[in-house]
Write a protein that binds this ligand. Structure first.
Ligand SMILES: [Ca+2]
Length: 476
């Protein structure tokens, strides 16, 4: 190599070193996904909350990156989780809709197809220890459980915490209702029978996560922690309820605690849950610091969909269940000391589907190539690579089976109305008439998406069990 080419080589090397953390590719980093249920965009202080104290999330954001255009691929639980774990739109894996409602239910015929390749399976093949701790909600039959999708360990509830006998709509469900099971591996080991036990789920899942990290500190690990909090019915441990303003000596109406999602002490219970989630984040990050694993671990904090009643989605419009921004744009923080620039903010479009290819690359492998994956590598965004842009030409908003909106750059076309999200994050002003060319371009993107995902050849089969069994004896 002559001097001139050595000089260029060194110049390129120094740019490469600026762009990529030197050790990011040297070892297999650990991954932790903290996935909150139904948390609103404005529910935590780094995203503007003035109601809830979230010191651990504040520190996480100060030491890491806030992603302000980070999307879940669905505004409800089941499709959101299917998309996260497979890196694919839920429609592509047949879980845009459950067998009879938007999500799968207890002893449902449907679940995530065991033939799907999840983040856990990719990482397990790379020698990772893997755990799913918390709410699964991708089918409760034996072949649908996390242990069949690449997770060495599973501890948690198989579906939503409101799918239990006391929930008022249960009386109208045309399905059999069973007690809410706690599962370890594939076996029911306990049931959640009271509001106090609901309020203990955050502690249980956090302590299980900390234990898994301690037990596996010597090798690469992946923890997927889909918390049951802050999905209704809401309750927390007493120290958090009390701090949120509930009098421990006052009368508590248990019927209303269970049944009333919108009124009775909802503000206090919601605050208590969010602050306990913040405690959970603190426990996990402090464990990583104590074990000297903080420089080797990428932690992602986000929510499965927008905030449900009692949560705050401000400044976004809409909430859980809708394709307004409040339904699918999530509060998100990425943390990896030494690799992610402290206090950074990424405004580029990124999605939960991107975690699969991003993690795969960081682990030294790649996303599956035998099937279509919708997620893309967002490493350049996470590592503040100069000039890094979103890899997505467009992001598509599905509500159940219906494609309702598309975002490309700052523009969002939703049911014929156009919004500029850079200047109008609240989706107030329809500017379709003034921007016919933009409308045309976004309509073409919607057509392209329909041509893809309305074509059965591009959709993989949902997991199906024609004879599902109840996990526990029914109560009705
Ligand atoms: Ca949810």
């Amino acid at each position: 190599m002559n001097f001139r080419s050595l000089q260029s080589f060194l110049a390129i090397l120094s740019i490469a070193c600026l762009a990529f953390p030197s050790h990011a590719h040297a070892n297999k980093p650990n991954f932790v996904i903290i996935y909150i249920d139904d948390l609103g965009f404005g529910d935590i202080e780094p995203f503007g909350s003035v109601l809830n104290d979230t010191p651990h999330l504040n520190r996480m954001a100060e030491e890491g990156m806030k992603l302000t255009s980070f999307y879940s691929a669905s505004p409800v639980c089941t499709p959101s989780r299917a998309a996260l774990l497979t890196g694919s739109y839920a429609k592509r894996v047949g879980l845009d809709f459950g067998s009879w409602r938007g999500v799968v239910f207890p002893s449902d015929t449907e679940g995530l197809n065991p033939g799907e390749i999840t983040i856990a399976e990719i990482l397990k093949d790379e020698g990772y220890a893997t755990a799913c701790i918390g709410k699964w909600h991708l089918g409760d039959q034996p072949e649908f459980l996390p242990t069949k999708q690449g997770f060495d360990e599973y501890f948690g509830i198989p579906y939503s915490n409101d799918m239990w006998p006391p929930h008022p709509p249960a009386k109208n469900w045309e399905v059999t209702v069973c007690p809410l099971p706690l599962i370890r591996q594939d076996e029911v080991v306990d049931t959640v029978d009271s509001m106090e036990e609901q309020g203990d789920l955050c502690r249980l899942f956090t302590e299980e996560t900390v234990s898994f990290i301690r037990r596996n500190q010597g090798k690469p690990f992946f923890v997927y922690l889909p918390h049951a909090f802050v999905h209704h019915p809401r309750y927390a441990r007493w120290e958090f309820l009390e701090k949120a303003g509930i009098d421990p000596d006052g009368p508590l109406d248990n019927e209303r605690l269970i049944g009333d999602h919108r009124g009775y002490l909802t503000a206090q219970r919601t605050r208590a849950q969010i602050e306990e989630v913040d405690w959970s984040v603190g426990e996990i990050l402090n464990t990583l610091r104590e074990l000297d694993l903080d420089d080797d671990t990428l932690v992602i904090f986000t929510s499965d969909n927008g905030g449900a009643s009692g949560c705050v989605n401000t400044p976004l419009r809409g909430g859980k269940g809708s394709t307004w921004e409040g339904g699918m744009r999530e509060p998100a923080i990425a943390w990896w000391p030494g690799s992610i620039r402290p206090g950074s903010v990424c405004e580029e479009i990124a999605t939960t589907m991107d975690l699969l290819p991003t993690f795969a690359k960081l682990a030294g492998t790649q996303a599956p190539t035998d099937r279509k994956i919708d997620g893309m590598d967002i490493g350049p965004l996470l590592f503040s690579q100069p000039g890094a842009k979103t890899p997505h030409e467009a992001f598509f908003y599905y509500r159940e089976t219906e494609l309702q909106a598309v975002r490309s750059g700052p523009w969002k076309l939703r049911n014929g109305s156009l919004y500029n999200l850079d200047t109008d994050i609240g989706e107030i002003l329809d500017v379709a008439e003034q921007n016919p060319k933009v409308v045309e371009r976004l309509n073409a993107l919607l057509d392209k998406c329909r041509a893809d995902l309305d074509n059965p050849a591009n959709i993989r089969p949902v997991g199906y069990n024609p004879n599902p069994v109840h996990l526990l004896p029914p109560v009705n």
